[in-house]
Design a protein around this ligand. Sequence first.
Ligand SMILES: Cc1ncc(COP(=O)(O)O)c(C=O)c1O
Length: 388
Amino acid sequence: MKSTRNTYISKTVSALKPSGIRRFFDLAAEMDNVISLGVGEPDFVTPWHIREAAIQSIEEGYTSYTPNAGIPELRQEISSYVKTRFQVEYSPSEIIVTLGASSAIDTAMRTIIDPGDEVIVVEPCFVSYSPTVTLAGGVPVTVQALKENDFKVLPEQIEAAITDKTIALMICFPNNPTGTLLNKKELEALAEIAKKHDLIVISDEIYAELTYDEEFTSMASIPGMRERTILVNGFSKAFAMTGWRLGYVCAPAEITSAMLKVHQYALMCASTMSQYAGVEALRNGKESVEKMVNSYRQRRNFIVNSFNEMGLSCHIPGGAFYAFPSIESTGLSSQEFAERLLKEKSVAVVPGDVFGESGEGHIRCSYATSMEELREAMKRIQEFVDAL
Ligand SMILES: Cc1ncc(COP(=O)(O)O)c(C=O)c1O
């Protein structure tokens, strides 16, 4: 080891905190009879016709690398899907197939950030955003979407966080963990700020298919935004394909070619079989998605009503598959609540503070869980709250 350092690990990585979600999974894994509302993934198995397409690709011997950006059929399907579904046009050459939305976000950050650049990250949010900014040499500047605004970030909050070092804004609606969806007008207000201050917006739209009341609007479809948006999406949530590690990123040609350099050196290409499954998902998966969305809507209504009835106030999440009730009335911190609920009632939820400061006082409960388990979980949470 070099005498100038006493560890093999870089200072940047040493300073990164491990994901707060994992700690709860690990605790829950050691216990029996746990009902988990902790996991952020569909409880459905990938629809059979999609699995079959992957099996067929293996049978036909498609086992080699693909082009770095992905197979042409899939990029063409993504292009058509994004155009029809979200009203934004990208040619296949402006699309890169990635290893889930996760690698799309990481690649985007590494492509646009120079050392010291600031990226505004709207919290509460998925846990990877700030770490990927840091790992790319940037500085995450967090802005808190607040409970009193139903966790909708306000344009003036973004504007107040902008400095001469700010280059980008990272957003995600429908949101993990709050389920909050921004409507077109609200997105337009954020877009105005991005245009005024010449910011790139990285828009994580992985939950776009999972909305229950209002129509989803893509940030890239707002006039004047296509040229400054990096649109991230993927197959994990909509098609119940988390294990396939398949996502994509769309951006104007100049940004896509730059991202392709990062993607080709770091990742080469997404899994070949998964890409063939992705083609089938986009060509014929609409009906399966509708069925899953209807089922999530029913479960959302049940879980939100149950929380409100037991006195844990919960806004109605417009999308994704998370309820984010307030546990402030119990007097416990979100960590205490989650830890005690797990130990005393064997129900795993995620403490809200792991998603950002304004998540404190809340817990994230995934309702991508069977109705039977949800009913039992709600019964146990009610007992837990009553006994406090
Ligand atoms: C908001 C958000 N973005 C991205 C991801 C990662 O998705 P993928 O499986 O496509 O990498 C998740 C997973 O939970 C998420 O909630």
